[in-house]
Design a protein around this ligand. Sequence first.
Ligand SMILES: [Zn+2]
Ligand SMILES: [Zn+2]
Length: 359
Amino acid sequence: MVRAAVLPASGAPLRVAEIELPEPGPGQVRVRVAATGVCHSDLSLARGTLRQPVPAVLGHEAAGTVVSVGEGVTSASPGDRVVLCWAPPCGSCWFCTEGEPWLCEHSSDAAAAPYARWDGQDLFPGLSTAGFAEETVVSERAVLPVPDAVPLEQAALVGCAVMTGVGAVLNTAKVRAGQSVLVVGLGGVGLSVVQGARLAGAGQVIVVDRSPEKLALAQTMGATDALEAGGELSKQVRALTQRRGVDHGFDCVGLAETIRSTWGSTRRGGMTTIVGIGGKEQQVTFTALELFHFARTITGCVYGSTDPRTDIPKILGYAAEGRLDLGGLISSTIGLEGIDGAFADMEKGVGARAVVVPA
Ligand SMILES: [Zn+2]
Ligand SMILES: [Zn+2]
C-alpha cells in the first residue's frame, strides 16, 4: 500500500488515500517518487477539459529513485536516480521512424490501462505516470537517469515543463542567436521558454503576464522587456522592435485571444509557436488577406518537438552546467494534501511551479 492523491471522479476534489500498487511486471520499473511538479495539464485532466479515465492518480512531471525492476529490464537498476517521461516513444511506429517521436502513436498507451487498485476499483495512471503518490510503476522506457549534480526536485520539472518550453525554442521554432522573442504567459512552461531563448542566444526577449512577480522572475531568467497583460500587445511590441514586431512569438496560454495577439505581434515573415493547450471552444480567426500579406508561420508544438531519449539528457546536462535555473521555477513545495490548493493558485495565475513532495 502506498499513499496517493486520487481523483475519484472528473471535477471532484482529490482524495489522499492508500492504493494497492502491484510489483513491476515485465519491462516495468517501480519508482519511489521524490518530487512531482503540478502542471496545468493536471488541472485540465482533473476538470475534464482533457480526457481522463477515472478514478486516477494524476501527476506527470516526476523524479525519484528506482526501487525494483520487472523481468527483462536492462536499462534501470534499483537505486538509480531517474526522471519520468510521460510520453515515451515506442521507437517503431510511423512517426518514430520518420524522426518525429513526440507524435508517437503509442506514447500514451499506458495511460489507457489500469495500473493499480483503490477502493475496490481499477485505478488509471494520469498521462502514464501517476506521480502524485509515494511510489509508482511505469515502463522502463519512461525513466531516464539524472546526473548527481541535479537535485531530484528540480529534475522533476524536466519531465514536462522544461522539455516543453526549452524544446519549443530550440527544436520547434529553432530560434537563432540574436533573434527577438515574445513569450506570452509565464507559468512553468513560459518561464522555460524564456530560459530556452537565453540558451539559444536570443537578443530581445519580451515577456507578458498579469503577475508583476512573475514578470520580475522572468527578468532574472533572461527576459529583457516586461509587459503587464491588458494593453494592446501588438502596439506595445512594435514600439519595442523598431515598428517591425518580433521574429518569434510563443503563446503559453492557449486562449484564442492570446494566440491572436501573439501572432499579431510577430513581424512579417515571423513565426508563432503555440505551446499552451487550449480548449476546443477557443476559435481563432484570420482573414485570407492577412495570412497572405504578413507571410507569417503559425505552428503547434507537442512536448517541445523533443525526443526524450536524447533531449532529457541534454537538458539535464544544461542544468548540471548551471545554464538552466530549474530551482528558480519552483515557487512552492507542498504535500499530497496541497494539490487542490495548487490548482486553485494556478487558476488565479499565482506562482510559477508548485512541487509535490509526497513523503
Ligand atoms: Zn505537463
Ligand atoms: Zn512510436
